[in-house]
Design a protein around this ligand. Structure first.
Ligand code: NAD
Length: 484
């Protein structure tokens, strides 16, 4: 299967913060791969814009290095890199001052899609929006792309939405959650709404519960200062896990169109139940032989910020009443693994007797690594010796299923950036979704702050605090393992 490349018209893409970490690791390599795929038409231009003084040539060298480091061996023939780099330009600009803005405006091409990627801290979003507008660049074809964190709570998210809305319509604002750009996430919708097989079973009558795990092996690294003010709830749960929850739980939209999909996601968030204190577990990783503890890493010996959070919640609607959703995410865990497990109920009666064992089907949707979908089905253990049941996987690992000619599927940033250029907002969060997610998150945070809860320590390389195991054991359930 060869991936299809949908042509786009020439565009101008400005990367504010074009010399930063995100631009280097994700945005530039993603653009290069789209260039290699033939999706960057003649005349399309990428303009890096940041505070540091560079000329275009130095910026091309920066881009070349980022591609060599973060996108090595992607099968681009010789000469391709030069072709890509020739599209790059650079403007030294200060979001808070006047430097560079006229120069940037003079580089814009009339009447074409222009995307402004805000790869800078959210404190600069307002200033950038004002300047783009003041210098006549906020044309109807303009789009802005903003990164997380989108606010720190409901009040700041509302403020941010209002700031951006001063100069841009909602249809011009692309709030990125790179989880939504993952192949499997879109496949989740294909599996749910493209097959007759699953949707009739997709409700509390057949689904016992759903687990969503986003586990990382890394610690806070160099982001300590930011992270200690944020924590796992704000940094991961409010956005990434919430988005996954929406896609798994939403009603079928009438069409696969941005607002139809986003309306359904919003309904899920608004139907979320409160999280009771005993349905919430927060943790902080301890040191191991090679790594500092969380508190050492953030240089705050009394930190009460969580590097791990697990919770149980419900979606209060007809489809899901009575089906618990267990969500967990954390750093320095046993393996890097993002997976959604849909745990079906047991058969109502075993005709094989209890000695054959009881087995329930599990549909696992793996987002990373090894993107793919596995369905555990129960069969007879082969051989003589009576009827004993075992689970075997029906496995669809995308890399295998799509074959070698399919090549690597585009990564999330490739897809999302091209969606911005195409003007497709389906995989981006709408302002009201983000606000609703904060409206659910804020009282949970306020609750533990009022109680003065201190996160439970957990071993680096483990599955998290023991209390998170108990959260399910109390319900006579168990987390699926965290495996790579
Ligand atoms: P960074 O500190 O590495 O880079 C910041 C960039 O902004 C630099 O290019 C800098 O020159 C530019 N900049 C700073 N002040 C400026 C000013 N006044 N005017 C013009 N340019 C200015 O940050 P980053 O890690 O690239 O993150 C950028 C944004 O993306 C942040 O909001 C971050 O939370 C978000 N984000 C980053 C990652 C990541 O992997 N790095 C992932 C998700 C979200």
């Amino acid at each position: 299967m060869v991936s299809r490349v949908i042509p786009v018209d020439p565009f101008d893409l400005v990367i504010f913060g074009g010399t930063g970490d995100l631009a280097k690791r994700k945005v530039i390599p993603a653009l290069f791969r789209r260039y290699c795929a033939g999706q960057m038409p003649e005349g399309a231009r990428i303009i890096g814009a940041a505070r540091s003084e560079h000329d275009a040539e130095e910026y091309r060298e920066f881009a070349a290095e980022s591609i060599r480091e973060f996108s090595p061996g992607r099968g681009c023939e010789d000469g391709t890199l030069e072709g890509f780099l020739s599209r790059l330009d650079y403007v030294t600009i200060d979001a808070m001052g006047e430097d560079g803005w006229e120069e940037l405006a003079s580089k814009m091409t009339e009447d074409r899609v222009r995307a402004f990627y805000f790869s800078v801290g959210p404190g600069l979003f307002g200033a950038l929006a004002d300047k783009i507008h003041a210098h006549g660049m906020a044309t109807p074809e303009a789009r802005i792309v903003v990164e997380k964190p989108f606010g720190n709570d409901l009040a700041t998210a509302k403020e941010l939405n209002a700031t951006l809305a001063t100069h841009f319509d909602e249809g011009q604002i692309y709030r990125i959650d790179h989880y939504l750009g993952k192949e499997t996430v879109q496949n989740l919708m294909a599996v749910r709404f493209g097959n007759m097989l699953f949707e009739p079973l997709w409700n509390s009558q057949y689904v016992d519960h759903i687990q969503i795990t986003v586990a990382e092996t890394v610690g806070v690294g160099g982001r300590g200062e930011y992270y200690d003010k944020s924590g796992a709830m704000r940094d991961m749960m409010q956005n990434h896990l919430m988005q996954l929850l929406c896609l798994i739980a939403m009603e079928p939209p009438a069409r696969f169109e941005p607002d139809a999909v986003r309306d359904e996601k919003l309904k899920v968030i608004r139907a979320l139940g409160d999280v009771l204190p005993h349905h919430l577990v927060r943790g902080q990783y301890d040191a191991d032989a090679d790594h500092p503890s969380y508190r050492e890493a953030v240089d705050n010996p009394r930190s009460k910020t969580e590097s791990y959070v697990a919770l149980k919640t419900h979606i209060n609607n007809w489809r899901w009443a009575g089906t618990p959703f267990y969500l967990r995410t954390g750093k320095r865990l046993k393996a890097r693994s993002s997976v959604i497990n849909v745990m079906f109920k047991d058969t109502p009666h075993s005709i094989f007797g209890e000695e054959a064992g009881r087995h329930a089907n599990v549909l696992s949707i793996r987002l990373q690594p090894n993107e793919g979908i596995t369905l555990q089905v129960t069969i007879k253990e082969p051989g003589p010796g009576g009827m004993r049941l075992i689970d075997v996987p029906l496995d669809m690992t995308f890399a295998e299923a799509l074959g070698e000619e399919g090549g690597d599927p585009p990564d999330a940033y490739e897809r999302l950036i091209m969606d911005v250029i195409r003007g497709n907002q389906t995989l981006f969060m709408r302002g009201d979704e983000v606000e609703a997610a904060w409206a659910w998150t804020d009282p949970i945070i306020a609750g533990w702050e009022a109680r003065g809860d201190v996160p439970k320590p957990y071993d680096s390389g483990s599955t998290g605090p023991r209390d998170a195991e108990l959260l399910l054991l109390r319900d006579k359930r168990e987390w699926r393992g965290i495996t790579p």
